[in-house]
Design a protein around this ligand. Sequence first.
Ligand code: CO
Length: 440
Amino acid sequence: MPAQNAKSLCDFIDASPTPYHAVDSAQATLNAVGAVRLDERDAWRLEPGRTYYVARDGASLVAFRMGRLAPSEAGFAFAGAHTDAPGLRARIEKSVAARGFERAAVEAYGGPIHSTWLDRPLSLAGRVVVRSAGGRTERRLVNFARPVAVIPNLAIHFNRDMNKGVEYAMNGSLLPIVSASGHNGKEGGAGASWLVRAVAAELCVETDAVVAAELTFVDAAPSIAFGMDSELLSAPRIDNLEGCHAVLSAFASATARDHGQVAVLFDNEEIGSGTSRGADSAFLRDIVERIVALSDGSGPEAAHRALARSFSVSVDGAQGWHPSYADKFDEDFAPVLNGGPAVKANANVRYATDAVGEAAFRGLCESSGVPCQRFRMRADLAPGTTIGPISSAMLGVRTVDVGVPMLAMHSCRETAGAYDHDYMISALRALYASGPSIVD
Ligand code: CO
């Protein structure tokens, strides 16, 4: 039987080329289940059993369902993931022209595998600030959703050692070509860059109305499931839109319980989380304190009691065992695709997991008939990290780091198992249903 949630995951990824679009997609999912949108600037009134969400700067989002009991008595079940992905951020004002070619200038966001961005049609998406007729500025999302650029390799005849590995410079060989007019003479001189002109045309505004933008080049090809049973997923941004979609799907289908239920989507994990809306910000704590103040009606003690009763599952991709690079793994801690979510642990707490948290997550998997694996980096290699350790330090909440196994993490396109996504959603559904008392 094909995986149940592969199609909706592919649709979510394709609709979410940037964190802004991911939060937009998430809001659509939440609106569909009757969640109420809150603004951080307003005074809130919260009712038991109801579902709310609040976005910060359009790129991070916290959704919560009020419990039937006071948070200080029943705590919260948290699940979180990150909305951002490594890639090529455009420098919109700059264009690089030569003999009829125009290239866009870029810089790396996070740690992309450079070579994977080459020789594939790239699209463009992001957030643009435009000035309207009255002189006011307005934030607009843009998603070209079609090929607009390509980064061609050098022909092999110019470098016969190419297959021994090539270093691609961000300010040279990685500049995406966006047009080729065939002119052989001098370039046209001043004027708006191709990026400004293209964005203005896409948003139906004049070029001088484009004030500033955060634009990213992304894979233009759609996400797909393939294999005999469509058991494999090939898509951009599986790290970590798979996690976002799993958290959201589980949260949206959950129903109110005694404990509160929280879904958290953070931006900026790939650059260390230390921004006003990342996991290393006060965003989640701010929301928790407001929820508790409005439902317990008491001072800071109630929030401390609520957090002390809470439990968190941090979802982010795990390095799946790769048959071509088996020596890179500790084979006893190398999760395979479609073998179920992996619990990620590290002695130096690059992952937040401790024995109690691991046992709790294993219990959730067991109760929902989901297989569960383990990931630990080979002992002489250092793993990456994720939102788990940062968020758990900010809140003081016990956290377990888990993720579906995937291949080619940080490549322009990554590969994962379609069944693992179903498994992850089932485990997170069990978390929201059972609540934080599973660690008591
Ligand atoms: Co990640």
